[in-house]
Structure formats: C-alpha cells, structure tokens
Design a protein around this ligand. Structure first.
Ligand code: HEC
Ligand code: HEC
Ligand code: HEC
Ligand code: HEC
Ligand code: HEC
Length: 359
C-alpha cells in the first residue's frame, strides 16, 4: 500500500469514527502501528498477491481481497450495496477505510452463502462478512442431489469452504457453513459469555490478536487458553480428557482423516490423501504410501473419485482444518461435524467408531 493511500485511509477513518478521538484509549499512531503488525496490512500475503499476474481481482473475489472491492460491496463507491460491480485493484490490503467508511460503520447485517442474513452484528459485521467462507451444507446437498451416496461420480469435484472461516463456525447451524447431515441437529451460535461473545470482544480489530488475560480470569487453573475445557466427555475416544477441548477436536479430526483414507481405498477404489498447502487439497495417493508428496500435490493429480459420501466428509474435514480457532469459536459444532462424518463413512467402510461421543 502506498503512503498516499494509507494517509487517505487515515483521513477517512478519522472522519468516519463516531467516538471522539480524545475519548479513545489508543492514539491514531498506535492504532496504525497495530494494524501494520496485523494480517490485514500484509501486502505480501497470498490473499493480496494471488491476482497480481492477472492485473485485477475478479468480482467474485474482490470484496474480501481488495479494499476497492470491499468498498464496492459496501456500496461506498456509489454502486449498490451487497454486490461487487467492478474487479478489485490488485495488491490493495484491507485498509482503514474497509472497516471505517460510514457504510462499514453502519453495517449491521450480513448475508451468508446459504442464503440467510444475520443481523445485530455491530462492530463485528465487517469481520463476519469476510470470514464467513464461500460454501455451505446447501451447496454440498445441491451438488450431490439425487445421487447414490456410494457411487463414484466423475463430475464431482472437491468443494472448498474457503479460508479463515471463523464466522461460519461461530454461527454454526444458524448459517450451515459446515456440512450438516440431514436429520441431525447441530449447535447454533456459540454465545459463550457477553464479554467474549463477538469477534471484536476477543480480537483486537487492528492487530487481530486475542487478549487472553481476561480468559484466564474466568477459566481459572489453566496456564494456556488452549487447555480450556468445560465439557468433560472423551469425544475423540482416546481415553484422555485432561487436555483442552482443542485436543478433542484435533483427535477427532485425525480420526476423520483415517476414516477418509479407509473409505476411499475400500469404497471409492482409489487411495486419497490431503496436502494442506496445495489447492485443491485432496489428491490421489498414487503411490499408496499414505502421504501426499510434492510430486503428487499437483492440480492434474487432484482427487477425482468422489462419491457423495466422501465429498461430504472431506468438506467437513476442510471446514475444521480452515478454522484453527474452531475450539473457541464453536467447539460443539466442530465436534458434531467431525463425529457425524466419521459415523457416516463407517456406514460403508471398516471404520472404527469405538468410544466416540457426540456433543
Ligand atoms: C467472503 C469473503 C471471501 C471471498 C468472496 C473470497 N475470499 Fe479468498 N479468502 C478470504 C479470507 C478471509 C482469506 C484468508 C483467511 C486466513 O488467512 O485466515 C482468504 C484467503 C484466500 C487465499 C489465500 C489462501 C492461503 O493459502 O493463504 C486465496 C488464494 C484466496 N482466498 C482465493 C480466493 C479466490 C480465487 C476467490 C474468488 C473466486 C476468493 N478467494 C474469494 C475470504 C474470501
Ligand atoms: C478489519 C477492520 C478494521 C480495520 C482494517 C481498521 N479498523 Fe479501526 N476499528 C475497527 C473496529 C471493529 C473498531 C472498534 C469499534 C467498536 O468497538 O465499536 C475500530 C476502532 C478504531 C478506532 C477507535 C479506537 C477506540 O479505541 O475506540 C480508531 C480511531 C480506528 N479504529 C482507526 C483505524 C485506523 C487509522 C485504521 C487503519 C490504520 C483502522 N482503524 C483499520 C475495525 C478496523
Ligand atoms: C475485507 C475483508 C476482511 C475483513 C473486513 C476482515 N478480515 Fe480478517 N482477514 C482477511 C484476509 C484476506 C486475511 C488474510 C490476510 C493475510 O493472509 O495476511 C485475514 C486474516 C485475519 C486473521 C489472521 C488469520 C490467520 O490465518 O492467522 C485474523 C485473526 C482475522 N483476519 C480476524 C479478523 C477480525 C477480528 C476482523 C474484524 C475486526 C476481520 N478479520 C475483518 C479478510 C478480512
Ligand atoms: C471467545 C473469543 C473469540 C471469539 C468470540 C472469536 N474468536 Fe477468533 N480466535 C480466538 C482465539 C483464541 C483464536 C486462536 C488464536 C491462535 O491460535 O493464535 C482465534 C482464531 C481466529 C482466526 C485464525 C484462525 C486460523 O485459521 O488461524 C480467525 C481468522 C478468527 N479467529 C476470526 C474471528 C472472527 C471473524 C470472529 C467472529 C465471527 C471470531 N474470530 C470470534 C478467539 C475468539
Ligand atoms: C466471563 C467469564 C468468561 C470469560 C471472560 C471467558 N470465558 Fe470461555 N467460557 C465461559 C463459560 C461460562 C463457558 C461455558 C459456556 C457454554 O458451554 O455455553 C466457556 C466456554 C469456553 C470454551 C469451550 C470449552 C468446552 O469445553 O467446550 C472455550 C474454548 C473458552 N471458553 C475459551 C475462552 C477464551 C479463549 C476466552 C478469552 C478470549 C474466554 N473463554 C473468556 C466463561 C468465560
């Protein structure tokens, strides 16, 4: 971002901020430094450089990946709100204006991929818009509609929920960002407590860091927030309940991975593997060694033997992988998605469900 555009953003921010600056705890300089330390100003990140060679950010991507796109989505550029009319400018980070133009400050309600709109979001509305993911239960159901669950369908491709999907996970069944198996009930928004129940109650909006001292005041007896747990069942069936709820999610996530491998081998007929850093993440494990090496993690080798059942489970695997804060954003929802995916795969493959508990 150029100095000129940072300055422009600053002016916009100062003009648009409703609280008188004198009454604020932090100076503008401190806020700007905080923002510069955070992820939203990192102009080298793939989130802001991915389109550099193309010269513009496509309208489908621009709202969350360029400041001009966000302003367009907000309707702050005199275009209608909630849609993006123009491709975004490359290499513009999420500057002050993205969250502080008057349209952003006034934003209260945000539509989600499954079609519903959530209101009353206050200062967390902008976060919710960008961190909501791009797919849902509904999208997976419509892609697989009318298909036999266990027949390989060559036209099926992996459906990626997208990245940093904290808002989709936090709002749970209210927005159906995970794949919710028909007929089962899912946890809705994790309300937690009023002082730690919204994005900006926990994340300082400029660094995006979480102030954890307040957590320990309530969750006494833990030295690290990742050790927090208030539910005491052994959800992942490993016999241990001493660690944080995060350990249960990690344990169940690993069990789902094993289940996906088993099902792909036994039912889909082609071994599968996951490479977290290579799009589209699931690849044919052509040498069958149980790992996806650099030679296998290439687009032409993407997994192509999807059955609807496998796609649903893989979708949920990625939802939990792409919210590293799922353990605090909505632990019950994450555990339910993982649990139900393992159980579904076990309907057809030799998958062990011993000891699993559904929250
Ligand atoms: C609703 C908002 C939203 C839309 C629309 C969106 N993205 Fe993203 N995208 C994000 C967020 C948020 C992240 C960063 C998450 C993080 O790092 O926690 C991200 C990250 C990425 C990354 C970086 C992934 C990585 O491994 O670091 C790529 C590449 C990307 N998106 C591509 C796209 C493309 C291509 C489109 C359009 C087809 C698109 N995005 C549309 C929100 C969005
Ligand atoms: C990702 C969104 C986002 C970005 C980017 C952002 N802010 Fe903020 N800012 C917020 C939110 C949210 C608040 C808190 C509002 C509230 O709690 O009502 C805030 C608060 C503020 C405040 C009031 C501080 C206080 O103590 O109440 C100022 C001033 C401010 N921001 C300036 C800036 C400047 C300058 C930049 C760019 C360097 C910037 N912001 C970038 C979201 C953002
Ligand atoms: C205009 C879209 C947009 C808005 C608004 C936005 N984010 Fe982001 N956020 C992103 C993108 C894109 C990234 C990835 C940036 C990068 O890789 O450096 C990101 C990264 C993050 C990260 C770091 C994720 C990681 O992988 O380490 C956190 C935490 C975060 N945002 C929280 C928030 C919070 C809290 C708010 C609201 C105050 C917010 N974001 C508002 C798009 C947005
Ligand atoms: C109860 C406090 C709390 C609330 C509420 C909360 N977060 Fe988080 N969030 C955390 C913690 C703790 C982490 C993990 C931080 C870490 O591992 O460094 C985290 C992680 C994240 C990450 C990084 C995930 C990754 O993949 O690395 C993003 C992005 C994020 N939160 C965005 C949001 C957004 C957007 C909201 C609102 C929809 C939100 N958070 C609500 C506490 C919270
Ligand atoms: C005002 C007290 C209070 C504060 C502050 C607080 N929590 Fe909580 N937390 C609770 C309560 C009460 C529950 C149980 C809520 C429920 O199950 O509905 C809980 C539940 C949780 C859970 C889910 C545990 C499980 O086993 O499902 C996690 C994780 C968590 N808190 C993390 C945090 C983090 C991280 C922070 C700081 C950013 C924080 N909490 C701040 C009171 C608090």
């Amino acid at each position: 971002m150029s100095t000129a555009s940072i300055l422009r953003s600053l002016v916009v921010a100062v003009l648009a901020t409703t609280t008188p600056l004198a009454a604020q705890d932090l100076s503008l300089t401190e806020i700007t430094e905080a923002w510069l330390m955070g992820p939203h100003s990192d102009y080298r990140a793939p989130s802001f450089t991915h389109w550099n060679e193309d010269g513009e950010v496509p309208t489908a991507c621009a709202a969350c990946h360029s400041e001009t796109g966000m302003l367009d989505w907000l309707g702050a550029d005199d275009s209608p709100p909630l849609t993006v009319e123009h491709p975004g400018t490359i290499n513009t980070v999420i500057g002050c204006a993205s969250c502080h133009v008057s349209e952003a400050e006034a934003l209260e309600a945000v539509p989600f991929p499954a079609g519903m709109t959530l209101g009353g979001l206050g200062a967390s509305a902008t976060c919710t818009m960008c961190h909501q993911g791009r797919a849902s239960t509904d999208r997976v159901l419509s892609a697989t509609e009318g298909m036999d669950l266990d027949t390989v369908v060559p036209e099926l491709g992996f459906i990626n929920v997208h990245y940093g999907v904290a808002a989709a996970v936090m709002h749970g069944a209210d927005v159906r960002g995970g794949f919710q198996y028909p007929g089962l009930g899912y946890a809705s928004r994790f309300a937690h407590v009023p002082s730690a129940g919204t994005c900006v109650a926990c994340h300082e909006p400029h660094t995006t860091e979480v102030e954890t001292e307040g957590c320990i005041a309530c969750h006494q007896g833990v030295s690290d927030v990742t050790s927090i747990r208030t539910r005491h069942q052994d959800f992942d069936g490993d016999g241990a309940t001493s660690g944080g709820i995060r350990d249960e999610i990690a344990g169940l996530h690993a069990r789902l991975y094993e289940a996906i491998l088993t099902y792909a081998r036994e039912v889909a007929g082609t071994p599968i593997g996951y490479a977290p850093d290579s799009f589209p993440y699931f690849f044919a494990d052509s040498d069958g060694d149980g790992a996806i090496g650099p030679g296998e993690a290439i687009f032409p080798n993407r997994y192509a033997n999807w059955t609807p059942r496998l796609l649903m489970a893989a979708y949920n695997y990625q939802v939990v992988a792409n919210d590293q804060g799922a353990w605090v954003h909505n632990p019950a929802y994450a555990l339910q998605l993982l649990h139900d995916s393992v159980v579904s795969l076990a309907d057809r493959a030799q998958v062990d469900t011993e000891g699993l508990v559904r929250p």
